[in-house]
Write a protein that binds this ligand. Structure first.
Ligand code: PEP
Ligand code: MG
Length: 850
């Protein structure tokens, strides 16, 4: 690449007409604020590497890429104002950090979209390392040969191409550091153009300026450095300047950013943020009883225990160091103690036969023991930064790099890096989250809990769970129910003020917590627990008898399960079927997608446990929303519950669905398998996945397998008459149906109490579905949490629901309840409930009925 005159050659990166950069209709490029270069009006839609080097930066919107070799850095910016496309129309072929060869494709772009929606397709090819260019290609000529040199720049590149950029060799100014900060008002952050204007502002001053955003730092005079901060609207730009003009440049930078750096901006008030006074909401849930806190039932049951608070809120991480040796020692000790904690989790899980879950924590130990992950923080600690700060920067950067990888396996590791990162960080900050030191009889309080955190809890020690956030139908709640762990969500904030060790009487069935009870209260509560246990024994005695109403109508009572062990427990508790196998729960803790054979093995084992006489509804993969799958990284979405979730994942990635469907079909002969699709919202989705199932059925030569859909989206309930024509059954998912009917996130911290499946609007949706199915000669089950709610049982059967699929511990009591009511009364009750005006009316109706 270097010619004999020590000039560095830049070949053609884009086929098209080479023009003067000064011709571009954008002053940032035309006035060379970013540096010298050329413009190219493309006649092709691929950007190629114009020399061999390293990709140092790719903008989030994928329209600009920076390539470096030694002291030469080149920015290639496709089109003008293309940042606004937010990645639409750009396909990346490389990633940051990649080494590329000259002529290698970097980005393919949709020139039509750019031409239609942006200022221009003309693209800028700019030296950002400060050198002036000597053009070789005649301006105005059409160039199509990728080996054509477009311009050259002076360079002191050594043969390995590892020298530092030219502009960074100046002597460093000294003096006190002046600091300031400003919120970024640019809609798409400091992308190329505003970054260039900002760097120009900085370069005018005799000062060394550093910018920091979200813990990332760069030189204020480097356009690409500023771009690499990957800022967003509203981020705070921290400015630090040293040198004779420090004071002035900080003021100038603040003024320039405030003015928008040449772009239309959002205005942020610079007045100190107004203190928002706490107010009592109009709809408030508080017990009002002395010494009693209330919450919302996520998993019923009672427990006596001592409070342990897991504090998730971390203190601010600052850069300050108390000395390199001390910080290094603290860092090493935290890593060591995290590894020890992980090892004891592994030992416990292995002892409980949860080897697969133990594998996840083994992988965490491996990651933590990798010297590469500690290299960067140790270097930063040596430079005088605090251990927590250095560690946080390093693991977040590592996680971010992994998350961007095209390889789903590596991308999935990002969550693991964050997980171990947080574990070590908490140690460094002295935040005690209980670790493995819990005592027996612990009632845990934390802000919220994820499905994978809850599966990792040591239930030999924890007798109850409370969260100040969370929803009663969250997936963590479902796991708590299947483990019979009393769990209240949305408990009053006052619980956070209680001291660790406070004795609590947790009545998760009634949504109450008695704080520091008297001996008499404790004795009475113990009696209640004993009575309930006796009653449960009675229900269990009849668990294997059918559930027939007093007037002779049989209702099928099925189980919701997520594992082979659940299937065994379900059979023991009298399940007549599996109404919902949450297939994703089989693989939630895995780091990689199970093979078709592995999936078949688990499904086959469950079918064998249930036997031919007990049908098993296997729901296809239902992740997204609050159920992430470590091996299936999903793009960040503004509203994940309204995004690629449920069946939409199978539609987007049919190979995953196909593998699962093949696994199910290959095992169908072992029992009575039915297939169900989650979150169907329209007929075309149903037809698309049904076609795939029928195709595989034919390929495998398997007999007809019944298929059904979950009704959990209002559009599906409203269109149930049409959908019923193409399925064998419906199963109503009241957890999601409530969330979508009431427009309340099922895990919402403050609104859970109002996301109640007993709301007449939800009941009316159920009625609509049952009527449509009956007209089409199909049956309807309910597998959402409402079916396990004892008081709701007569309403559901009165609405015409034929199957109730409930959590395993609830099976005997639900059967018992069916036997205590008549269909005639239940129908009347259901009609009265449909006529209610609000949830509270339905609840009053149920109370008067009991
Ligand atoms: C539901 O939404 O009611 C349901 C049963 O599915 P999941 O809770 O798994 O989303
Ligand atoms: Mg659902």
């Amino acid at each position: 690449m270097k010619d004999p005159k020590n000039k560095f050659s830049i070949n053609l990166p884009l086929k098209g007409i080479v023009q003067a950069i000064t011709d571009l209709p954008d002053p940032v490029f035309a006035e060379k604020m970013m540096g010298d270069g050329v413009a190219i009006d493309p006649i092709d839609n691929v950007l190629y590497a114009p020399f061999a080097g390293q990709i140092t930066q790719i903008h989030n919107s994928h329209h600009a890429v920076t390539l470096r070799q030694g002291d030469v850095e080149l920015l290639m910016h496709i089109g003008l104002d293309t940042v606004a496309l937010k990645g639409r129309g750009f396909e990346l072929h490389v990633a940051e950090g990649d080494q590329v060869e000259q002529g290698q494709p970097l980005i393919t772009f949709d020139a039509d979209t750019i031409a239609r929606e942006c200022v221009s397709v003309q693209s800028a090819v700019v030296i950002t390392s400060g050198q002036e260019i000597t053009t070789v290609t005649p301006l105005g000529s059409v160039q199509t040969d990728l080996n054509q040199i477009v311009f050259t720049v002076p360079s002191s590149n050594d043969p390995q191409g590892t020298s530092a950029p030219a502009q960074e060799t100046a002597t460093e100014p000294t003096g006190p550091a002046i600091t300031g900060s400003i919120k970024i008002p640019n809609a798409t952050g400091l992308h190329a153009r505003p970054a260039a204007r900002l760097a120009v502002e900085v370069r005018k001053a005799d000062a060394k300026v550093t910018f920091t955003v979200n813990g990332k730092t760069c030189s204020g005079s480097s356009v690409t450095g500023i771009m690499s901060l990957k800022t967003k609207l509203g981020d705070t730009l921290e400015i630090e300047a040293v040198g004779p003009d420090a004071q002035q440049v900080v003021a100038d930078v603040i003024a320039a950013v405030k003015a928008g750096l040449g772009e239309e901006i959002t205005s942020f008030s610079e007045a100190p943020q107004q203190e928002v006074e706490e107010e009592a909401p109009l709809l408030q849930v508080k017990s009002g009883e002395e010494g009693v806190l209330i919450g919302f039932t996520a998993s019923p049951g009672r427990a006596i225990g001592k409070l342990v608070k897991h504090n998730k809120a971390l203190p601010e991480v600052t850069r300050e160091s108390i000395g390199a040796a001390e910080e290094r020692a603290a860092f090493k000790a935290s890593v060591k103690s995290s590894i020890a904690d992980l090892q004891s989790i592994i030992d416990r899980l292995t002892k409980n036969g949860q080897e697969e879950l133990a594998e996840v924590f083994n992988a965490h130990i491996e990651l933590l023991s990798d010297p590469e992950l500690s290299e960067k923080p140790l270097a930063d600690i040596a430079k005088g930064q605090g251990a927590a700060w250095s560690w946080k920067l390093a693991y977040e950067a590592q996680a971010e790099t992994l998350a961007k990888m095209d390889d789903p396996l590596l991308a999935g590791r990002a969550a693991d890096v964050r997980d171990i990162g947080l574990r070590v960080l908490k140690k460094l900050l002295g935040v005690d989250d209980g670790g493995e030191i819990l005592e027996e009889g612990t009632i845990l309080l934390q802000e919220d809990i994820t499905p994978s955190e809850i599966v990792a809890l040591d239930l030999t020690k924890i007798v109850g769970l409370c969260t100040t956030h969370g929803g009663s139908s969250s997936h963590a709640a479902i796991i708590a129910r299947s483990n019979d762990l009393p769990y209240l969500v949305n408990v009053e904030d006052a619980m956070k003020d209680l001291a660790d060790g406070t004795v609590l009487l947790l009545d998760a069935k009634r949504g109450k917590i008695k704080v520091a009870p008297t001996d008499a209260e404790q004795a009475a509560f113990t009696k209640k627990i004993e009575n309930a246990a006796k009653q449960a024994e009675e229900y269990q005695r009849d668990a294997h008898k059918p559930a027939i109403t007093k007037d002779g109508f049989q209702v099928e009572i099925a189980a919701n399960i997520g594992s082979v062990e659940d299937a065994e427990k379900a059979v023991a508790a009298g399940a007549e079927a599996v109404g919902l196998l949450r297939s994703e729960f089989l693989y939630m803790e895995r780091l990689n997608e199970p093979t078709e054979e592995e999936q078949a093995e688990k499904v086959g084992a469950i079918l064998e446990v249930m036997g031919k006489e007990r049908p098993v509804i296997i729901r296809t993969l239902d992740v997204g929303g609050d159920k992430p799958l470590p091996y299936l990284p999903m793009p960040q979405e503004e509203n994940p519950f309204l995004g690629v979730r449920g069946v939409r994942i199978g539609i987007e990635r049919p190979s995953i669905l196909r593998r699962q469907v093949r696994a199910i079909l290959s095992q169908a002969h072992k029992g009575h398998a039915r297939i169900m699709y989650p979150m169907i919202s329209a007929l075309d989705e149903l037809r698309a996945v049904n076609a795939l199932v029928r195709e595989e059925q034919k390929n495998l030569g398997v007999e007809h397998v019944e298929v059904g859909i979950m009704i959990e989206v209002p559009s599906a309930a409203l269109m149930a008459d049409k959908l019923a024509q193409e399925v064998d059954f419906f199963s109503i998912g009241t957890n999601d149906l409530t969330q979508y009917v009431m427009a309340i996130d099922r895990g919402h911290p403050g609104l859970a109490a109002r996301a109640d499946a007993l709301h007449p609007a939800v009941l009316r949706m159920i009625e609509l579905t049952v009527r449509a199915a009956e007209d089409a000669g199909k049956w309807v089950g309910v597998c959402g949490g409402l079916a396990s709610q004892i008081e709701a049982v007569p309403i559901l059967i009165g609405l015409g629901v034929k199957e109730l699929s409930v959590s395993v511990p609830a099976l005997p009591e639900v059967k018992h309840t069916v036997r205590t009511v008549s269909m005639e009364e239940s129908r009347k009750l259901a009609q009265a409930a449909l006529d209610c005006a609000d949830t509270s009316d339905v609840k009053d109706l149920l109370k008067s009925h009991q």
